[in-house]
Every structure is written in C-alpha cells, then in structure tokens.
Design a protein around this ligand. Structure first.
Ligand SMILES: Nc1ncnc2c1ncn2[C@@H]1O[C@H](COP(=O)(O)OP(=O)(O)OP(=O)(O)O)[C@@H](O)[C@H]1O
Ligand SMILES: [Mg+2]
Length: 533
C-alpha cells in the first residue's frame, strides 16, 4: 500500500521537471524572434510592417537569406534597403530582426582576396577564414587621437610626387571626365607601394564587371595582390550593396590602420556611389534636393572620408590615406558632387581631357590641382626643387596658349616656353611604370639646372629615361639622404647634377659649334627684334 503513492510521487516529480524544463526552453525561443511582413518590394527597396522594435540601420533577414538594412524607421512602416537578389521576394513574406548592424569580415586573411561588401568571395578561392568582424559604419577617430601628416605616400608618378605631393593620412580627390586616366593613377599608386609596407584596399563601386576584371588582372600580374584587398560592387548589383561597399572597404582598411599599419584606400568611384544613394533615397520617398540628390549626400561622403587619418602614437600611429575618384561631366568641376568632395578632401588632382588627347599622360592639369597638406610631408629633396618647377610650369602653361597662334615671341618668353615643354616631357609617364625617388630627384634637379634645355624635343623621352637610369650611379650615402626627411646639401646636389650632365652630353645637338648657342633658338631669334624698351 505504501509503495503506490511513492511511485506516483516520483512520476509526478519527473513529469513536472520535464515540463518546467520544456517551459524554460520554450520561453527563451519566444523572446528571440521578432517577425514582420513584407508589404511591397520595389527596385532594391522593401516596405515592411510589424517590426516595432527595429532600430535605425539594423540588419533584417528575408527568406532565402537575403539581408536588408532598416533605413526609414517610421511608426507603422519600415523602408528596408535590400542587399541581394530580391527577385524572389513577395508581399506577405516574413522578415526577421537580427538585432545587429551590418558588419564585415576583416583581418590579414583578406589580403590578396577579391570580395563583395558582404564578405563573399568573388575570386573562387573559397570562403574567408576569419573570425574578426567590424561594423561597416564606425565613428571616425577623435581630434585628439589624430596626428599631423608627416610622411609622404609616394605615387611613383613624377607629376604628382613633385607638384601635388600626397602624405600618409591625407585625402586626395582624383577627378576628371570619363576615360582620362583616373583609375590608372590609382593603380600606379598601388603598384608603387610594393615593398613600402603599405596595405592597399581598392574599392570598385558600380563599375562594369569587365573594368573590374581588368584592374584585378593588372594588380595580379604586377604582383600587387600580396598587399592588396579588392572590394567590389558591380554595376548590376542591388543599389543597397553599391551603397554599403565603400563603408565596408573603409572598415577593412581601418582594421589594418588600427594595427599601426599604413593603409591606402581607393574609392573608384564615388559618383556611382552618390547615384546609388540618390536612387535609394528617391525610392524611399525622401525629398530630393539639388540635382535630385538627397540633402544628406554631403554628410554620407564626409563621414566616410573623415575616417581616413593619421593616428597619434598612443593609438598605434597607423594611417589611412584615401584616394576617392569622381567622374566629372564635360569638365564641370563645379557640379554638386565634385564641389562637395573638393571641400571634404585635402586637395584634388584634376585630369584634363585636352591634355589626354594631346598625349600628355598622366593628364594632370597642374593649375587646377592642389594638395593642401602633402607639402609638409614631402621629402626635403623634392621641396628644394618643387617651388621653382611649379612656377616655371605655371608660367609656361599661361604662355603656351599665345605660342599656339604663332605669335612672335621675345627671347625670354621663348625660353620659358621651351623650358616648360621640357618639364612637360619629363613629367610624362606611361602606365604601370612607377619611377623611384632617386630617379625622380635626378630628373628634377637636371630640370631646374636647365640641363635639358639644349636637348631637342623629339629626343626628350630618351634623354629623360637615360637620366632616370643614371640615378643608380648616385653614391649610397647621398641616396640614403634622398629617402629621408634630411635636406640635400649643395654638395649632394652638385654630385647628382654632374651625373645628369654626363648622361645628357650625347643628347646635345652635334652641329652647333658652341654649347651656349641654344639650338631651338635659331628660327625665331633671327626674325624678331627684342620688344623690351
Ligand atoms: N599614363 C598613361 N599612359 C598611357 N596610357 C594611359 C595612361 N593613363 C591611362 N591610360 C589609358 O587611358 C585609358 C583610360 O584610362 P582609365 O581607365 O584609367 O581612365 P578612367 O578615367 O578611369 O576611365 P573611366 O571613366 O572609364 O573609369 C586606358 O585605356 C588606359 O590604358
Ligand atoms: Mg576608371
């Protein structure tokens, strides 16, 4: 008789224990899921209802693992920017909150990889094996965490390193019409970072797939992928994906910067980014402003580019140099997006289609280009010659227009023009052939010493190459000074100029009996009298 209640007791105990355990599991599941419903789907946008707790820019999940970002958070409806193929989404589909913001995989494993902003591989090399992630939107470094820009970022392009120098941590805009060599400048800069301990991130935004493939092939072929990450949103990707790409790329770059490394990031190009954002904003029924861009278009670019900086020693001393690219229409640099970016960045490199047509490549328009902070970071050896060079080149550009009309010119003017033409010839450079610092300095010193002036124009390319090659003869101790902040002594300069003079000797025109008679002076000199009183 006693055994029965005891049995019953244990059965009850077990049962209740099981129920309470099940109850525990059940409640925890309930609190985790918050599900809403898709009301409508348009190009890259979904309207969702029934997610009252969702936060601004929170990631939400649709069926088929399509992700979206909550962009417009209203009382009874949410505008979601879709980050993937949305063809299979329908009204009535479930939407789930994730409780986190958009983030991206970061780390050393990304070097050499081509990925999309969601971290999916595009190079067929398998999934990324990294456990580190960073949100794509992060606050920029505070003022006190920043240090002045003091170290140059050599592009290997003489026109830029000498006249529009870029420093590590600077933001320098590259702008110009389509097909003027904007991407080429960015690629040359990446190639030139080989062996310089700089990590590069190339961010392709809304470009044709074939153009991106060409860039990847070039970087791979030239051995630049070892230190480069490529983040791509193609032209046919959802506008949401295009919109987040530069932010994701910046987070990838920031990870390296925070490890104390020097990083270069190229945004190619932000015109496409602005257009993707305009598309999203208009679809979300945000009020259009100038050129139909939304009012916060300046803010979205400035908060991205503010993340490029040189960190102070306490924060590791890393740097992030940004080269945003912008496409102008019909050379109109005063359009909305170009003026915005000109005012956000620390300078711009303007590429002129007319120079491109003339074959002056890279087609940098020195008059319209400026670097507002790079001068302080420029090596002293450059600074010694840059001033003279800039002045001579500016004078030449001004006078060149006159010369085109076949006007009769006085001796001084002609000299300035002939000298300017030689500067231009020396600054010309084919693609993918960066010039080392000693070679650049040798050419620039030879230019300022007027050594090139007697060389006939048609031999200038050959002569400039010969001088570049002769830089190898610079003694080691002088060479060491070229690559540091140390000033070149007059003695050093003399050594380098002497080397250039020897190399240029064979290029002097033979028939002329005396060296001081300038060969290019002869046609005009006879005809025109001196115009000065
Ligand atoms: N320094 C150079 N020497 C020779 N060719 C060059 C040079 N720079 C650019 N090019 C050529 O000019 C063309 C346009 O260059 P690039 O693609 O860089 O221009 P872009 O301004 O980026 O064009 P898009 O507007 O289509 O993006 C390319 O065919 C490139 O090979
Ligand atoms: Mg391009």
């Amino acid at each position: 008789m006693n055994a029965a209640p005891e049995n019953l007791q244990s059965v009850f105990d077990r049962t209740f224990a099981g129920i309470s355990q099940g109850l525990d599991n059940f409640t925890s599941q309930l609190t985790q899921r918050e599900v809403g419903t898709v009301i409508s789907v348009a190009t890259g946008i979904a309207k969702v209802s029934g997610l009252p707790g969702v936060g601004f820019e929170e990631l939400v999940k649709f069926p088929g693992d399509v992700l979206g970002i909550a962009f417009n958070v209203d009382e009874d409806e949410i505008g979601v920017v879709l980050l993937g193929e949305y063809q299979d989404l329908h009204a009535g589909d479930e939407v789930e909150r994730t409780g986190r913001v958009m983030d991206v995989a970061v780390g050393e494993e990304l070097l050499g990889r081509v990925i999309d902003p969601l971290g999916r591989p595009l190079d067929g090399k398998g999934f990324l094996q990294t456990d580190k992630r960073l949100p794509i939107e992060r606050p920029a470094a505070a003022v006190m965490d920043r240090a002045p820009v003091t170290v140059p970022l050599q592009t290997g392009l003489m026109a830029i390193d000498a006249l529009i120098p870029i420093g590590r941590g600077q933001r320098e805009l590259i702008l110009g019409d389509r097909q003027t060599g904007k991407t080429a400048i960015a690629l040359d800069t990446i190639l030139n970072q080989r062996g310089k301990n700089v990590i590069c991130v190339y961010c392709a935004i809304g470009q044709r797939a074939s153009a991106v493939a060409k860039v990847v092939a070039n970087l791979r072929e030239k051995g630049a992928m070892d230190y480069t990450v490529i983040v791509v949103a193609e032209g046919n990707d959802a506008p949401g994906l295009t919109y987040i790409t530069p932010y994701a790329a910046t987070s990838i770059a920031e990870y390296f910067m925070e490890q104390g490394r020097d990083v270069l990031i190229v945004y190619d190009n932000l015109t496409q980014h602005a257009e993707a954002y305009r598309e999203l904003s208009l679809l979300l029924r945000r009020p259009p402003g100038r050129e139909a861009f939304p009012g916060d278009i300046f803010y979205i670019h400035s908060r991205m580019l503010e993340r490029a900086t040189h960190l102070s020693k306490e924060r590791g001393g890393g740097s992030l140099t940004a080269l945003p690219i912008i496409e102008t229409e019909a050379q109109d640099i005063s359009a909305y997006i170009p003026t915005n970016l000109i005012s956000i960045t620390d300078g711009q490199i303007y590429l002129s289609p007319s120079l491109f047509e003339l074959g002056v490549l890279p087609a940098v328009d020195v008059g319209k280009s400026v670097s507002r902070v790079g001068g302080a970071a420029q090596r002293a050896a450059y600074r010694a010659v840059a001033g003279d060079l800039k002045l001579a080149y500016a004078q030449f550009e001004e006078l060149e227009t006159f010369a085109r009309f076949g006007a009769r010119l006085d001796d001084d003017t002609r000299k300035i023009i002939e000298h300017g033409r030689r500067i231009r010839a020396c600054l010309k450079q084919p693609e993918f052939s960066p010039v080392s610092v000693p070679a650049q300095i040798t050419v620039l010193l030879a230019l300022t010493a007027n050594l090139f002036d007697p060389v006939p124009l048609e031999k200038m390319t050959e002569a400039a190459h010969a001088v570049q090659a002769a830089a190898e003869k610079i003694p080691a101790e002088v060479n060491a000074r070229l690559d540091t902040a140390a000033k070149l002594s007059d003695e050093d300069k003399k050594i380098i100029v002497e080397i250039a003079r020897n190399v240029l000797a064979p290029f002097q025109p033979k028939p002329e009996p005396k060296p001081e008679v300038k060969p290019d002076a002869k046609p005009a000199a006879k005809i025109e009298p001196k115009e000065k009183p």
